[in-house]
Ligand binder design. Structure first.
Ligand code: ATP
Ligand code: MG
Length: 577
């Protein structure tokens, strides 16, 4: 491709409000343009990257026997009503009506269509297992589209689905996908880690997320170097502290005038935050009962005010509390706290309380200081043994520095981008939608399903996050828009032009994808654009063209050397390997 004819609008300025390096660089390098909030146009160079990622994914899906097909974006409401997600999903789903007034949805994901299809086309155990996939646009009305193509309202996903006769058989489909996903990320040059995930709107029980390391990531994981445990902080398990809090004063009321927050009381009593038991009043929303297939370990909460206890130095994990309740909740207002507990929020404590109590596991042992339910007072020597009604659950957010729950190691933290997510759905969709098969004994059973997603744009953006410098992107060779960027230094120089044209003709026949900067522009601008766009190799045709010598530069290391044209193909092959 000749740059003189290519739509490659590079710009010097970062897009307004952009923070993520991938957002800035993908716009500046002329890869994407934002049409509206969370809606992007892929320009030719950007689309080439997407197609390369797509092809790598396709090869790995085909290699595990997954069959490519195409399912529609526009879908009738009925299938979503049958699965229960028409009501379960809120504002994230784009809904519309056709000219006859019938309800339709734009696909957020394709479990419903897959299950609809399986219900009609799969009848016998002899047809199973099946693995199906497609590349298709998903539409989600994200609350906060941001960070360029990392979180958009329309995006392309590879989603695959497994259909099996049993949970045991599902493990094999799941295992195959894990192998394929490992190879996909590795081939795309994206360094990531598989962690335990939350099943969220997909339902089911077991799920894993693929997390690419990046400062711009919205997610946080903790992991243990000793035993390899890794999970999203939202649901990561932290180990018990090795020592109990010391120095807690003997049981009794303590006057703590004007000290309300844990920090204030801790400073006033000269105790560490971990010596405190923090009491929060939340309102469990009605109609909880839990996401289908997800048991609430501590038993579902009745709607209304609930007291939640975590240690003073711990933060409540919202997802964990939702799981414990089996439903949604919100923080109580000061008035609601006063009505429920008879005291203002700063002095709320568990002894006594008329409310149902959920306590974090860390509080099972030890004595703490807590609010005394009396303005201006705290109570020391509070142990939860005094509260037989307390239900214990893992409620606190794990954080770096916590002990590992699985070995003697310590948890470390990292910011990450979720680039993929795999789910064991079980019969969450097949049961309500009637996707059954006849087993060997002629008995009708629901198909056991799995679903597996990868966002193409997130791989591209994660690759940029992990491979860039101050001058621009340094693409992994496998997903770069072109293998090499051929720079003609002086367009007016006949010798240089002749050699550049010759290379532009010949290199593709040797299997190289060439982007040719044939423009009559200052060399400085051309070099800047080459670094910004980030093709892995740059071939510069300049002063030594007369001798048949060009300069080869590796974008990632900046290393350059002169070499005769005859040696170029071999050197390029080595550089791109
Ligand atoms: P998130 O938690 O980041 O909102 P999700 O868990 O809702 O994502 P999934 O339903 O698991 O996403 O979708 C599978 C994959 O699709 C994700 O791992 C991600 O790579 C991609 N993806 C999801 N939402 C978006 C989005 N808004 N923009 C771009 N890619 C997305
Ligand atoms: Mg996900």
């Amino acid at each position: 491709m000749r740059i003189s004819q290519l739509l490659l609008p590079t710009v010097k300025e970062d897009p307004a409000g952009a923070e993520a390096a991938s957002h800035k660089l993908m716009v500046r390098a002329g890869l994407v343009r934002q049409l509206a909030a969370g809606i992007y146009v892929y320009l030719p160079a950007g689309w080439r990257v997407m197609q390369k990622i797509e092809q790598i994914i396709r090869e790995e899906m085909d290699a595990i026997g997954c069959q490519e097909m195409l399912m529609p974006v526009l879908q009738p409401a009925e299938i979503w009503q049958e699965s229960g997600r028409w009501d379960a999903i809120g504002g994230e789903m784009f809904r519309l009506k056709d000219r006859k007034g019938a309800d339709l949805a734009l696909a957020m994901t394709h479990e419903e269509v897959v299950t609809w299809l399986a219900a009609r086309e799969v009848h016998s155990y002899k047809q199973l297992p099946q693995l199906w996939y497609h590349f298709q646009t998903k539409a989600r009305d994200e609350a906060r589209p941001k960070s360029g193509v990392l979180r958009t309202r329309e995006f392309i996903m590879k989603d695959s689905y497994s259909l099996d006769v049993s949970y045991e058989a599902l493990q094999e489909s799941y295992r195959k996908h894990i192998g394929a996903y490992d190879r996909i990320y590795q081939r795309c040059g994206v360094d990531c880690m598989m962690v335990e995930g939350d099943s969220g709107m997909m339902g089911g029980s077991i799920s894993h997320e693929y997390m690419a390391y990046a400062e711009a990531g919205e997610d946080e994981i903790v992991f243990c170097r000793e035993c390899g445990y890794a999970a999203n902080v939202e649901l990561a398990l932290a180990g018990a502290d090795r020592e109990a809090p010391a120095g807690v004063p003997p049981a009794g009321e303590i006057e703590t005038p004007e000290a309300r927050t844990i920090e204030q009381v801790a400073a006033f009593l000269q105790l560490p935050a971990r010596a405190f038991c923090k009491a929060l009043v939340v309102i469990a929303e009605p109609g909880g009962g839990g996401e289908a297939g997800q048991a609430a370990p501590a038993g579902p909460a009745a709607a209304g005010p609930v007291m939640v206890l975590v240690r003073g130095d711990h933060e409540l994990g919202e997802l964990k509390l939702r799981r414990a309740f089996g439903g949604e909740f919100r923080l109580a207002t000061a008035d609601e706290v006063a009505a429920a507990q008879g005291v203002e929020p700063g002095f709320v404590g568990p002894l006594p309380t008329p409310l149902p109590v959920y306590a974090d596991e860390a509080l099972r042992r030890g004595a703490y200081v807590a609010g005394a339910n009396k303005p201006g007072y705290h109570l020391s020597g509070v142990t939860l043994e005094q509260m037989p009604q307390a239900r214990f659950a893992d409620l606190r957010e794990a954080r770096p520095g916590d002990p590992c729950a699985h070995c003697s190691g310590e948890l470390q933290g990292a910011r990450v981008i979720e680039v993929g997510n795999i789910f064991q759905l079980g019969t969450k969709y097949s049961a309500p939608m009637g996707a059954t098969f006849l087993d060997e004994d002629g008995k009708e059973r629901p198909i056991v399903m799995g679903s597996y997603g990868i966002g193409l744009a997130r791989i591209a953006a994660a690759a940029v996050e992990q491979h860039h410098d101050d001058n621009g992107i340094a693409w992994p060779a496998t997903i770069a828009p072109w293998h090499l960027h051929l720079v003609l230094v002086r367009a007016s120089d006949e010798t240089q032009r002749a050699l550049a044209e010759q290379l532009y003709d010949e290199l593709p026949t040797a299997g190289f994808e060439v982007l040719y900067d044939d423009r009559d522009m200052s060399p400085g601008i051309k070099f800047k654009d080459a670094d910004l766009l980030g093709c892995p190799a740059q071939v510069v045709v300049g002063k030594r063209a007369g001798e048949g010598v060009v300069e080869l530069k590796q974008r990632s290391s900046g290393e350059r050397r002169d070499l005769p044209v005859a040696d170029l193909a071999a050197a390029l092959r080595e550089l791109l390997a």
